[in-house]
Design a binder for this molecule. Structure first.
Ligand code: C2O
Ligand code: CU
Ligand code: CU
Length: 546
């Protein structure tokens, strides 16, 4: 009961101006977390006694009148397909292309122009970065041209690329510079991935301004190749009333940014028609929003894949699927026997978002409609069978090794330190990072010069990821796909019921998730919370593989 009470503090527009890039650009790598510029202050007003409904919309409340309305973006257009990154190579097995990150103006709200940062020229088509559609065995060579006013990198989220090709924050590409990323996709890497910037402390902003795109790696022997594919890339957008990209406010930094819009392939609430059984690939490219996906009521679907590709066996009869920020999934959606309609919805989900009052949480996120689906099975739409075995997945951990105690163990602890006094101090907001909030891994915020953990290439390890904070955090590890072994909550252990390859896993408040993982290449890998504001605030660390 008491957790449902709260105190919302509103932030004036000036106070909420937390655009960091100018200040970031001037800081050296080392003093960023310690230095707070106290300029750009404003006053904060207490607004006690608001109703629960208002609390659920605290974002809107905190910037009331400054955000575009929830219907400002047109809805109801047919689902856009991705732009495609064109292969400039004619050599077999080589995918060579150019990706330009640049400021682009687009008319999203009729009559207004929005300054975005996008991949590709994007004068037309979806604002989602172009699809990189490649095959196992391909050598991929992407020339990245940075036309942003900030340093950037491209990170190949989930792909087993060499550490020095993975867009680490310690390998920035300067504004105006060009960099070539090169890697070869191994056998078994078929799956659904994405790419996004990963510069030190500027990832959140670059993504919320529009930089992110999908990758599909295909296998020659794909058991679901006969299914027509549908691609749904979810992203978040927060627009000010003048249709500009709104800055982060205090609540965005604390809980991760959630806009008033969830976009599907770059548009609000598109519609799609399913005329036969389809394979859906889903990307949660939102900065912080969890998507508890449902087709409404009792309508079921079959999950066939996770981040790193197909499951060993399909999971039938699901009515919902939780995708944490950064996660992907594949599912088979049936056209059914009769025409019908459904709303693809992000159902109610409680990730224990915090308020600015110690120990209090916001209510669960309300349901949000994402897309309108019409099922129109044609006369030729015979149901396609999903094979009972999709591909073999061997457990990374052999029980013999575990029993013999031969498996190296590592511990990752997510923690937070909230100094509510500092957060509420008059004029507490400034032009860099918000004061009084620390999101930590193993007791420290990210320091690019510090190695938190060291692993040996080729050695399978068990990692325990423990969440000691008051809210949920999606854990992500670079360079590999891992297997979740079990989850532990208040002493009760639940073994993971199915084998899957993942690079991102949600760790609930108070929970410990155990994974089996192995790195193949020597070098430095990042691991972090995939709520991008938390990552930028320091909930990230470096794994050194030797
Ligand atoms: Cu998708 Cu290190 O990130
Ligand atoms: Cu990643
Ligand atoms: Cu987090």
């Amino acid at each position: 009961m008491i957790r449902r009470e709260f105190l919302v503090r509103t932030l004036s527009a000036a106070v909420a101006s937390l655009f960091a890039r100018d200040v970031f650009a001037q800081h050296s790598m080392h003093d960023m977390h310690g230095t707070h510029d106290m300029s750009g202050m404003g006053d904060m007003k207490d607004m006690p006694g608001m109703s629960q409904d208002h609390a659920a919309h605290s974002h809107a409340a905190s910037s009331a009148g400054h955000l575009a309305s929830e219907t400002a973006l047109p809805a109801g257009a047919p689902l856009a397909s991705f732009r495609k990154l064109v292969n400039e190579s004619s050599e077999p097995g080589v995918f060579r292309a150019t990706l330009v990150a640049q400021p682009v103006r687009r008319q999203l709200v009729p009559g207004h122009s929005t300054a975005l940062w996008l991949y590709g020229d994007a004068a037309q088509g979806s604002i989602v970065g172009p699809l990189i559609d490649v095959r196992e065995g391909d050598t991929v060579e992407i020339r990245f041209v940075n036309r942003l006013p900030q340093p950037s990198t491209i990170h190949w989220h989930g792909l087993p690329v060499p550490p020095d090709q993975d867009g680490n924050p310690t390998n920035p590409v300067a504004p105006g510079a060009t960099h070539v990323y090169r890697f070869t996709l191994p056998r078994g890497s078929a799956g659904t991935y994405w790419y996004h910037p990963h510069p030190h402390m500027m990832t959140a902003e670059q993504v919320f301004r529009g930089l992110a795109g999908p990758i599909i790696v295909r296998a020659a022997d794909d058991p679901l190749a006969a299914f027509p594919e549908r691609h749904l890339f979810f992203s978040d957008l927060k627009l000010a009333s003048d249709a500009s990209i709104a800055p982060n406010d205090m609540m965005d930094w604390m809980n991760g940014r959630e806009g008033q819009f969830v976009l599907v392939n770059g548009a609000r609430r598109p519609r799609l028609t399913v005329a036969q059984d389809e394979r859906w690939r889903l990307w949660n490219g939102c900065s912080a929003r969890y998507l508890r996906l449902s087709l409404g009521g009792e309508r079921t679907f079959t999950q066939v894949g996770t981040d790193g590709g197909l499951l060993d066996k399909p999971r039938d009869g699901l009515t919902e699927l939780l995708l944490a920020p950064g996660e992907r999934a594949e599912m088979v959606v049936r056209a059914g026997a009769q025409p019908s309609t459904a709303v693809l919805t992000a159902a109610v989900h409680d990730r224990r978002k915090m308020t600015m009052t110690e120990g209090r949480s916001l209510p669960a996120d309300p349901a949000k409609a994402l897309a309108d689906v019409r099922f129109e099975p044609g006369p030729a739409a015979a149901a396609r069978a999903v094979p009972p075995t999709l591909r073999p997945i061997a457990p990374l951990l052999s029980s013999a090794d575990t029993a013999a105690g031969k498996v190296p163990r590592k511990s990752v602890v997510f923690a937070e330190a909230m100094d509510m006094k500092a957060m509420h101090r008059p004029g507490a907001m400034m032009s860099t990072l918000p004061p009084g909030m620390k999101f930590m891994v193993n007791g420290a915020t990210f320091d690019p010069s510090h190695i938190a953990l060291t692993s040996r290439a080729g050695e399978v390890e068990v990692w325990s990821i423990e969440n000691r904070t008051d809210m949920d955090h999606p854990f992500h590890l670079h360079g590999t796909q891992f297997q979740v072994i079990e989850r532990e909550q208040t002493g009760a252990k639940t073994p993971e019921p199915y084998l899957a390859w993942r690079d991102t896993v949600d760790v609930r408040r108070g929970e410990t998730v155990r994974i089996a993982t192995v790195q193949r290449d020597a070098g430095e890998r990042m691991f972090h919370c995939h709520i991008l504001e938390h990552e930028d605030l320091g909930m990230m660390a470096t794994l050194k593989v030797v």
